[in-house]
Design a protein around this ligand. Structure first.
Ligand code: AMP
Length: 304
């Protein structure tokens, strides 16, 4: 079951208490695609500039990701710079340069439109909508957003939310979007805007799912080695949606059990992302490492 993602393909500059990198491959669609590629066939829609090299595309292709939907145009690739506080949970955006994304008009290759699973990773909500509108009745549509768009593009964001089945968002953004401090209330308010499932990522506090008659809370692994949290949220979303796509035929038990497992696979992929800078850890995993970590999650919460 193929999974289409639209989002940023970027160069990032990142400073954490463990070091800094001036320019590395990043972007919401990139992290998502690499994480999801361990579960399902992935296709990416995005745009890069003429500073984007073959070696960068190869990171995606080496994971079997289809890059036919990544347009290359004259100009500079999207650039983002961020810095993490000593607690590694708070980060400050130092710079966002949309560059080639400022004028991007996504046009999906014909076969991309049939993808049964769609994820609208973090990028301008207008672009997310444009991709959504070109799809032929996907089975499941997930999406993400961030504080920048909640603050500056609320009407476009609300239109995008109306077309979502699942919103995957972090706790600060859920509070900002809903105007509610309490996350259970925030989940309910956000569901009223469109998505029937709201997944709230809470960094090293884990993740929760809010559905009409179902709540599930997953812990985060107590990792001692957290080097760079960049991309953890997108990698979570990649593992989560990747598992949903992979389990679409032959659901393990019930829809709830499938949702819960998807949250754990998301948490597994997020936990790998933070252990090294950028995509270093995420791009070279084995199935065995993923399964081992899934078992660690099971042990962490099993008490009877
Ligand atoms: P995450 O740490 O999962 O929230 O996402 C980090 C990634 O998001 C980085 O690789 C950035 O390139 C990308 N990013 C940051 N700001 C934006 C934005 N405004 N639009 C799209 N992508 C962004």
């Amino acid at each position: 079951m193929s999974l289409l993602v639209v989002g940023s393909v970027a160069f990032d500059a990142v400073r954490t208490p463990h070091g800094s990198v001036e320019k590395m491959l990043g972007g919401s669609a990139t992290y998502f695609a690499v994480a999801a590629s361990y579960f399902a066939p992935v296709r990416v829609v995005g745009v890069v500039g003429d500073d984007f090299e073959e070696q960068h595309l190869r990171v995606l292709r080496d994971r079997g990701v289809c890059t036919e939907g990544i347009e290359r145009v004259p100009g500079k690739t999207f650039f983002w710079a961020g810095e993490y506080a000593p607690n590694m949970n708070e980060r400050t955006t130092l710079d966002t340069q949309l560059n080639v994304f400022a004028t991007f008009q996504p046009k999906l290759p014909g076969h991309y439109r049939q993808s049964p699973f769609l994820f609208l990773a973090n990028i301008h909500p207008r672009l997310q909508r444009q991709v959504q509108e070109q799809m032929r009745s996907p089975q499941l549509v997930g999406g993400d957003t961030m504080n920048l768009w909640i603050e500056t593009e609320r009407p476009a964001l609300e239109r995008m939310l109306q077309g979502l089945d699942i919103l995957v968002i972090n706790d600060a953004e859920a509070r900002q979007l809903s105007g509610e401090w309490n996350l259970a209330k925030a989940g309910r308010r956000i569901r009223a805007l469109g998505p029937r499932t709201v997944v709230i990522k809470r960094g090293d506090n884990g993740a929760s799912v809010y559905e009409e008659d179902h709540v599930f809370m997953a812990p985060a692994l107590p990792l001692e080695n957290v080097v760079d949290p960049t991309g953890a949220g997108d990698s979570f979303a990649g593992g989560f949606m990747g598992y949903l796509a992979a389990s679409a035929n032959g659901v393990p038990t019930t829809p709830r059990a499938r949702m819960r497992r998807a949250i754990i696979y998301g948490s597994v992929m997020g936990s790998f992302a933070v252990e090294r800078f950028g995509l270093e850890r995420l791009q070279h995993l084995t199935r065995e490492e993923i399964d081992d970590r899934y078992s660690q999650f099971r042990q962490l919460t099993h008490f009877d």
